[in-house]
Design a protein around this ligand. Structure first.
Ligand code: HPA
Length: 274
């Protein structure tokens, strides 16, 4: 990847989005598997990913694939409905593209949601979990290669990747809404197959509470370019060997569809403080 070419692609995409959906957002939101339908925006304007130059397109059912501008709780927000994953075959630059585009469009604070399997046995399907840190087990990351100096430093710190300030706001919001919010470490596995029970035992020993196939590359790109990040997982299943059923994508979509409303309620409440 050449840094100057990548920046040029991002600038072209940003120009198209500004022209198409007229937005000056400080807030960004990424909605994962099955969650996109649950979020309604006031004055919503959407652009399909396919109309944004260089924007990667999702190939997975349950990932809608549009970038929407609008207002939630009186605030301008940019919402990415659907995302692309490493397992779809995209390069890490492509996975990071939407995040860097948000940065160019003025976003400063970003909420990332996902569906995850629970490794921590005190979690249950349907739980909402605040991500406090992550472990990257995907054998690549979006910062490898030429650094885009205009976006961030060569060696960024990942010390407080998940903003303590935003996490505190999320805890207060959960209290206001009467929702239980757990906390844990999210591990990104490469996928697309779900993990084996033996792999889950390794991840458990490494300190992971949750496992999924997204989020971490995006958070790395977001922290690199100086965004404050909040991550929330919706537990859709117990991870392999922790629960005893065979995992299916349908099960994941079903649980997020059921819990989506509560997650959206939590996000709305968090946005009041952002
Ligand atoms: N493993 C990986 N990704 C997931 C899972 C899981 O158990 N559940 C939802 N996404």
């Amino acid at each position: 990847m050449r840094a100057d070419l990548e920046l040029g692609k991002l600038q072209a995409a940003a120009a198209r989005v500004r022209q198409g959906i007229k937005i000056e957002p400080e807030l960004g939101l990424i909605l994962g598997s099955g969650l996109s339908q649950a979020m309604e925006l006031e004055e919503e304007r959407c652009l399909p990913f396919s109309e944004i130059p260089h924007f990667p397109r999702s190939t997975v059912p349950g990932h809608a694939g549009e970038l929407c501008a609008g207002r939630i709780e009186g605030k301008e927000i940019l919402v990415q409905k659907g995302r692309v994953h490493y397992y779809e075959g995209y390069s890490m630059a492509e996975v990071a593209f939407p995040i860097r585009l948000m940065k160019l469009l003025g976003v400063k604070r970003l909420i990332i949601t996902n569906a995850a399997g629970a490794i921590n046995e005190s979690f249950s399907p349907g739980d909402l979990v605040l991500i406090k840190d992550h472990i990257n087990m995907i054998p690549d990351n979006p910062l490898r290669g030429a650094n885009i100096e205009e976006l961030g430093p060569r060696f960024p710190s990942m010390n407080e990747a998940y903003s303590p300030k935003l996490r505190e706001a999320a805890v207060r919001a959960a209290l206001r809404e009467g929702l239980e919010l757990k906390e844990g470490v999210y591990l990104a596995a490469p996928g697309p197959m779900y993990e084996t029970p033996a792999e889950i035992q390794v991840y458990k020993r490494l300190g992971a509470d949750l496992v999924g196939m997204s989020t971490v590359p995006e958070v790395i790109a977001a922290v690199h370019c100086g965004l404050e990040v909040l991550g929330i997982s919706c537990v859709t299943n117990m991870a392999a060997g922790i629960g005893h059923s065979k995992l299916t994508h349908e099960e994941v979509l079903e649980v997020t569809a059921q819990r989506g409303k509560e997650l959206i309620r939590l996000i709305r409440s968090i946005l009041q403080e952002m």
